[in-house]
Design a protein around this ligand. Structure first.
Ligand code: ADP
Ligand code: MG
Length: 254
């Protein structure tokens, strides 16, 4: 469970300000972040992952206050608990596809790289259709292939939380569903909490809840609505398509 309270964040430069009075993301749930470009979706993922720290307020994960940890502790926590798929993938150009997928095991001594892990890495690569490219270097991959490598790398250490920043942004329909299947299958099988930023209305209905960042922006200087736990759309047929454009911030309010 992620719990955010009284959060305020600004970058050192610029005027962007993110305020979230209260947000809870239950353990094992699947949530989509939607909202205009620049509304703070990536920033919030980085706050949840402890990559950046709030100016004010608390970010808590499973009762652990991530925002109060020191740098080294936060980094260890992130590597062992969180699978990240970055918007820019962040592959290492001097490592092969396989070594990129295995990277968390190479940089963190608490993860043990054994045969079982190697086998899972290969199986994941097969599942997303890049098994024939394991010895290639990232610069010889298409954007979509790079993205699939990033997804395999995020899932391999079996994190308790998956944070994916526009994980299907560069993918054709076939690969889009392949990548989503991996993320959702993994989340379902292991009870992992999945949070993904997406602009793709077609995929929204697969998520149990949708959090629209538009609602944060509309209240810049006045009352900030309580986005609570986001909007549950699990049982509403076709709700996915409506959420982002509905403008009904009321249901996000207390
Ligand atoms: P989104 O992912 O929703 O498109 P971001 O979270 O990336 O939005 O960015 C939110 C706002 O913060 C934008 O206005 C962006 O320009 C600004 N921003 C992002 N990173 C930085 C940074 N390192 N320093 C200053 N401003 C930043
Ligand atoms: Mg972004």
């Amino acid at each position: 469970m992620i719990r955010i309270s009284d959060l305020e964040f600004t970058y050192r430069e610029g005027t962007f300000r993110l305020r979230i009075p209260h947000l809870e993301i239950p353990e094992g749930s699947t949530s989509a972040f939607v909202g205009p470009s620049g509304s703070g979706k990536t920033t919030l993922l980085n706050l949840i992952a402890g990559i950046v720290l709030p100016k004010k307020g608390i970010v808590e994960m499973d009762g652990v206050e991530v925002s109060a940890m020191g740098d080294a502790q936060r980094r260890d926590y992130r590597i062992t608990h969180i699978g990240l798929v970055f918007q820019e993938f962040e592959l290492l150009e001097y490592l092969t596809v396989l070594d990129n997928i295995l990277l968390p095991y190479r940089i963190n001594t608490s993860l043990v790289l054994d045969r079982e892990v190697q086998a899972r890495a290969t199986a994941l690569a097969e599942q997303v259709g890049i098994a024939d490219k394991l010895t290639r270097y990232p610069k010889k991959l298409s954007q979509g292939e790079r993205q699939r490598v990033a997804v395999c790398r995020a899932v391999l250490p079996q994190p308790i939380m998956l944070l994916a920043d526009e994980p299907t942004g560069n993918l054709d329909p076939v690969n889009k569903w392949r990548v989503l299947d991996i993320l959702f299958d993994y989340a379902e099988r292991s009870g992992t909490t999945l949070v993904a930023v997406t602009h793709d209305h077609e995929v929204l209905e697969r998520f149990q809840r949708v959090l629209d960042f538009k609602d944060f922006q509309e209240y810049e200087d006045g009352e900030v609505p309580d986005p609570g736990a986001g909007r549950d759309i699990g049982d509403e047929a076709g709700a996915g398509g409506e959420v982002a454009g509905s403008g009904e911030s009321g249901s996000m309010a207390p």
